[in-house]
Design a protein around this ligand. Structure first.
Ligand code: 13P
Length: 247
């Protein structure tokens, strides 16, 4: 099944008003031929979305509840109200530092999709799990426990496979290991959603750069990337977008 590539930047806790020009450079340079998005700190979403109405701006997390006594949290309706069209859920930095469970991640994904946000749901293994030879079984189980019961339009929902040991380290799995994982996750998505599971995009994330993007994008069932550090500057990010467009 032909899937349109998606390259999303995750700015994590980086960015102030001084970076709005960099966001503009990326938004203007994104072009056609593949989907491009930036998931920004909450404080920048509205300003960026207002300046670049045709460019996809997202959040990095969302709360599963509509509203209530949840200090510091943001609901799907609030993200939409600020101009976001998508959100990341289940990033390993939140699963680890905020203790988010698979059930929490599933609740967040369901709330976001129900509100009309596209979702990028992250899964990935630690280095200890990889070294124990349990990466595929562990990440498959994590996916099964984290994904929503139903997803509506499958092109609104993406998975990001992000090995924890590859994030911000410059290390990436072998091409064979990426292929093995993405094929396994595709199988789980088809088991969960039938034919629609073939239309869900599976992104790779973890130390994606201009120098390795084309090779990663050549792998079957790699439908784009979730990019951290290399998404902060147009000069680093746009060549990754270009590699996706050409793949
Ligand atoms: P890096 O691209 O900096 O390794 O980060 C990946 C990531 O965590 C994206 O969500």
């Amino acid at each position: 099944m032909a899937r349109r590539m998606l390259v999303a930047g995750n700015w994590k806790m980086h960015g102030t008003a001084a970076d709005l020009d960099a966001i503009g450079e990326i938004a203007m340079g994104a072009g056609d031929g593949c989907d491009v998005a930036l998931c920004l700190p909450a404080t920048l979403i509205e300003r960026a979305a207002r300046r670049h109405a045709d460019f996809a701006i997202g959040g990095q997390d969302v709360h599963q509840a509509d509203k209530g006594a949840h200090t510091g949290c943001i609901s799907a309706a609030m993200l939409l109200d600020a101009g976001a069209t998508l959100t990341i859920v289940g990033h390993s930095e939140r699963r680890q530092a905020q203790g988010e469970s698979d059930a929490d991640v599933r609740g967040k994904a369901e709330a976001a999709l129900a509100a009309g946000l596209d979702v990028i749901l992250c899964v990935g293994e630690s280095d200890a799990i990889r070294e124990a030879g349990q990466a595929v079984s562990t990440v498959s189980a994590q996916l099964d426990a984290s994904i929503p019961g139903s997803i509506g339009d499958p092109t609104d929902f993406s998975i990001a496979y992000e090995p924890i040991w590859a994030i911000g380290t410059g290390k990436i799995p072998s091409i064979d290991d990426i292929h093995e994982m993405h094929a396994a996750l595709r199988g789980r998505l088809i088991a969960a959603y039938g034919e629609a599971g073939g239309a869900v995009r599976i992104l790779y994330g973890g130390s994606v750069k201009a120098s390795n993007a084309a090779e990663i994008f050549s792998v079957d069932d790699v439908d784009g990337a979730l990019v951290g550090g290399a998404s902060l500057k147009a000069a680093d990010f746009l060549p990754i977008v270009e590699a996706a467009r050409k793949s």
